[in-house]
Design a protein around this ligand. Structure first.
Ligand code: SF4
Ligand code: SF4
Length: 325
């Protein structure tokens, strides 16, 4: 079986590298999405990011029932199209390579840092011309501290700005020194109440609050990168009065008076089906009125709200640390 504990720090699995992105840091950016996440947010739109290993998925609507996958599997793990025994599967991906219709797909591929740099290299001029760079996202990039740290150092050597997007759930006391060498940290926050965070995201938020506090203190002291929080707005879950005022007061208490609001869209439903995961709970759609109410409430509490891609990065003393003058 392909163990989800497999984490080759030299070759982590990346499920997507996207170019010319405008919503996850300043300027034109390339996004590197790592596989593996410690949280299981109920509304997650990228369930292919949860496990650390590349994984097989099945798109039933594309299957032409040729049974090639059944015949070719060396482990006899596929008893019928779409019926794969994950205990028997050893991750050879022969079924994916030989499926004629694209119904069998693989999410994720193992990369070395050379592979990633090679793919990013053609975009360097655009990044430099627009004040952009590379954003590490996921999944959770802090699961691969050595790899991301090394990649960031190599990008800095080329004059490329690096941003980390994190769920905040990591032990910053141990092996996460690289975090403080990033140029910017986008820090995702979700539920302020601890029990609600456990219920909707699968883990406590104590560590997340501790890390955000620490980042903010380091940022103010000039010993860490600017930190910018982002909150996904899930109707009736994260856009409640209690949640918004809880975060507003917390952010203000640690010296942060700005926030990006990311309105919820239900886009991950088919991916869960392809990965044979239980369906996500249904959340009601975000409306303009709810968004406006959330912005009004946060601003009443002294927090300036931004849409993704429209942030005023100067508010986070953007780049002060790397511009000694
Ligand atoms: S090889 Fe692809 S198209 Fe053929 S049965 Fe398997 S999943 Fe369906
Ligand atoms: S990846 Fe596909 S072919 Fe390979 S062992 Fe798993 S099910 Fe069989």
């Amino acid at each position: 079986m392909v163990s989800d504990n497999f984490k080759d720090i030299r070759k982590p699995a990346i499920f997507s590298i996207q170019h010319f992105c405008l919503h996850d840091g300043p300027g034109v950016r390339s996004m590197v999405f790592f596989k593996g996440c410690p949280l299981r947010c109920s509304w997650c739109q990228n369930p292919e990011s949860w496990r650390t290993s590349p994984e097989v998925a099945f798109k039933a609507h594309l299957c032409i029932d040729c049974k090639t996958c059944v015949d070719i599997c060396p482990q006899q793990a596929i008893s019928a199209p779409g019926n794969r025994d994950v205990q028997k599967c050893d991750g050879c991906f022969l079924c994916v390579e030989n499926c004629p219709s694209g119904a069998m797909v693989c999410f994720g591929k193992n990369y070395t840092s050379d592979d990633v740099l090679e793919e990013l290299h053609p975009e360097f001029p655009y990044m430099k011309n627009t004040g952009g760079g590379v954003t590490f996202s996921g999944g959770e990039p802090t699961l691969f501290p050595e790899f991301v740290g090394q990649l960031s150092t190599r990008l800095h050597e080329q004059g490329i700005h690096t941003t980390l997007e994190t769920c905040g759930y990591f032990d910053s006391d141990t092996d996460k020194a690289f975090l403080f060498d990033m140029d910017l940290v986008l820090f995702d926050i979700k539920l302020f109440d601890e029990a609600a965070h456990r219920r909707f995201c699968g883990k406590s938020n104590n560590e997340i609050k501790k890390n955000l506090t620490r980042f903010s203190a380091c940022s103010s002291a000039g010993s860490g990168p600017p930190v910018w929080p982002r909150l996904p707005l899930i109707p009736t879950v994260t856009d409640t009065y209690e949640n918004l005022t809880g975060w507003a007061q917390f952010l203000d208490s640690i010296g942060i008076q700005y926030l990006t609001l990311v309105p919820y869209h239900n886009l991950g439903a088919s991916k869960r089906e392809w990965l044979n995961l239980p369906p996500a709970p249904e959340f009601i759609a975000m409306t303009d009125e709810r968004l406006e109410d959330a912005v009004k409430l946060l601003e009443q509490h002294g927090i300036s709200c931004f849409a993704p891609g429209e942030e005023d990065w100067a508010r986070a003393d953007f780049n002060t640390k790397r511009n000694p003058g």
